[in-house]
Design a protein around this ligand. Structure first.
Ligand code: IMP
Length: 202
């Protein structure tokens, strides 16, 4: 079965490909199909944004499509940056701008700085419109550590580990992450779709 990833985020696409690589799916990106569209993410929930991205791209490509809307929720910041995770420090900010803003906002708050990563996936096809959610809890560390991954990975230490997501290899992050949890639920669902024939191949 063909599966289109409705994202322009190369890091996210790479992780999704890695996590789904044991399934018999032909995974396509917008680049592969020459689709040059930036969906405006203006919903106020992860689910709303995931549906918006998947539906808009499905209406163009007519191929079963997934969109992941994800982000970091920090307890002491009333769950911010939340749906604004990508552009927390401004419209054209870098990942390190976002991390610096987060750390400076937390500098006068009591520790530990509890947080969780969230991934909400929408699967849209002619017959289906399904939502799958995954979370991983942890703490925000005092300063960025590690060079793997992307986004807030250098400041997030998952529960049960002494390393940040950016200090874990992609294999290790993908075993436990919010995204692997939401995609695991997608995989279970895909097994039940008769035309998918996407049994595990590894
Ligand atoms: P969106 O889902 O494209 O709106 O953006 C998600 C944003 O959340 C990214 O740009 C990152 O800043 C952050 N984010 C989502 N997932 C991860 C992750 O696995 N690691 C680090 N940051 C993430």
């Amino acid at each position: 079965m063909k599966l289109l990833i409705a994202s322009n985020n190369k890091n996210k696409i790479k992780e999704i490909r890695e996590i789904l690589n044991d399934y018999n799916l032909e995974i396509l990106s917008l680049d592969d199909l020459g689709i040059d569209v930036e969906v405006i993410e203006d919903a106020d929930t992860f689910e709303g944004n995931a549906r918006k991205k998947a539906h808009e791209i499905y209406s163009i490509a007519n191929i079963p499509t997934i969109a992941d809307d994800s982000g970091l929720m920090v307890d002491a910041l009333d769950d911010k940056p939340g749906v604004h995770s990508a552009r927390y420090a401004g419209p054209s900010c870098s990942y390190s701008d976002n991390n610096n803003k987060l750390l400076s906002e937390l500098s006068n708050k009591p520790k530990p700085h509890r947080a969780k990563f969230v991934s909400v996936i929408n699967f849209k096809s002619a017959e289906y419109d399904e939502i799958f959610e995954g979370y991983f809890e942890g703490e925000i560390v005092e300063s960025p550590r590690g060079s793997y991954g992307f986004g807030y990975d250098p400041v997030f230490k998952p529960d049960g580990y002494d390393l940040t997501f950016a200090e874990l290899s992609s294999e290790e992050k993908n075993k436990i992450s919010h995204r692997s949890r939401s995609l695991q639920k997608l995989k279970e669902f895909l097994k039940t779709i008769t035309d998918c024939n996407c049994q595990t191949i590894i």
